[in-house]
Write a protein that binds this ligand. Sequence first.
Ligand SMILES: *C/C=C(C)/C=C/C=C(C)/C=C/C1=C(C)CCCC1(C)C
Length: 241
Amino acid sequence: MTNLLFIPSLVTKMLPTDYVGFTFFVGCMAMMAASAFFFLSLNQFDKKWRTSVLVSGLITFIAAVHYFYMKEYWAVIGESPTFFRYVDWILTVPLMCVEFYLILKVAGAKSDLLWKMIGLSIVMLVTGYLGETVYADNAALWGGISGLAYFVIVYEIWFGNASKLAATAGGDVLAAHKILCWFVLVGWAIYPLGYMLGTDGWYTSILGKGSVDVAYNIADAINKIGFGLVIYSLAVKSQKD
Ligand SMILES: *C/C=C(C)/C=C/C=C(C)/C=C/C1=C(C)CCCC1(C)C
């Protein structure tokens, strides 16, 4: 069985009715295209913005590699690639925290803001992983703890230290920060929804069951590529002023 993992499967069969597999495939392509876009645009930016756009590209590139594995995993094994999913997130979500930190650095953001956000996102992801795998019988409890960490992140960027720094920075940075805040509030909220569709808990009688992978794949495309584009346009704009 484990040998299946090593089949060089560039041409795994995909059924026309496999809409989950379709979203994995499209997700993979979208992440690759976005990475090429961000990386190839790097030269047009001066030093101040290059790191931010580079991080945007790293986020979509790390996701592209994971999607390449995940689409195969889905096609060959036919189960949710939960492990790869969370490895992807544990690398890319902290990098999104780095994006917040980098754009707020102009207003004097300190590294403790960065570590606080990275710490919260790791708590959010580790507890979510436990709830989907090891402690699936208590998925609602672990998802709830994860949700608390998520709310603290939302609070921090909307009303906490990060929002004050954004106000101090003003102009294009403030505008970009606001859009990223909406991504975290609305775009990231798709993840707990997917989690509830894929696990059993008090919510199951209300929501029913659905494809956790479709929800996560849509959310990843919106959040990783959208987030990167906000940073990209911030860099373009502030280079013009
Ligand atoms: C690129 C990947 C991103 C932005 C992933 C974000 C993931 C989340 C915001 C996950 C949140 C969760 C909850 C708030 C509760 C249930 C468990 C999670 C991990 C799905």
